[in-house]
Design a protein around this ligand. Structure first.
Ligand SMILES: [Zn+2]
Length: 168
């Protein structure tokens, strides 16, 4: 527990926008494992860069703001298979958030590999998901779906198709 606290203190000192009002967890914990693995560090880095640049620019023009005025997270969750931020965000920060929401469709949220399938979800019981081939098969094995059902449930993801086309 102490180790988690200390890690979270370090993390929040470096990226204050991750502070969630407690040291038990940070907003980073709300991002799914695969995405954290695939682009977590880059996301944090980009956000920090944008916030700092904008903050400096505003200060130079004698505009008094706090960094938290440029970016404060209210909620962060996976919505319809996509990483979604609910936040007070400046236009520049919003651009970064939008970019990573889009990018979350390209990396498996479970393991971080490139996405192959969009799992269309099923009657609110199963959520929409963007997953790699391995995780898709694991998932369906677990639920013992037939081959026909499998075909109905999935569509090949657009990002995967695009990359494949580029490679050909
Ligand atoms: Zn996966």
């Amino acid at each position: 527990m102490l180790k988690t606290y200390l890690n979270n203190v370090k993390l929040c000192l470096k990226y204050p926008f991750l502070f969630k009002g407690t040291l038990k967890e940070t907003w980073l914990d709300s991002i799914e494992d695969g995405w954290r693995r695939a682009f977590g560090n880059q996301l944090l880095y980009d956000l920090k860069e944008v916030i700092n640049a904008q903050y400096k620019e505003l200060k130079r023009n004698s505009v008094h703001v706090k960094k938290s005025d440029l970016f404060t997270i209210f909620d962060l969750r996976t919505y319809e298979g996509v990483l979604k931020f609910y936040a007070l965000a400046s236009k520049d920060v919003s651009e970064v958030l939008k970019k990573y929401s889009q990018l979350s469709k390209e990396y498996c949220h479970i393991c971080g590999q490139p996405v192959k399938y969009k799992h269309k979800g099923f009657c609110n019981i199963m959520p929409i998901e963007y997953v790699c081939k391995d995780c898709f098969n694991d998932y369906l094995d677990e639920y013992k779906f037939s081959a026909i059902e499998r075909r109905k449930l999935k569509t090949t993801c657009r990002a995967y198709k695009r990359k494949k086309k580029e490679a050909d």
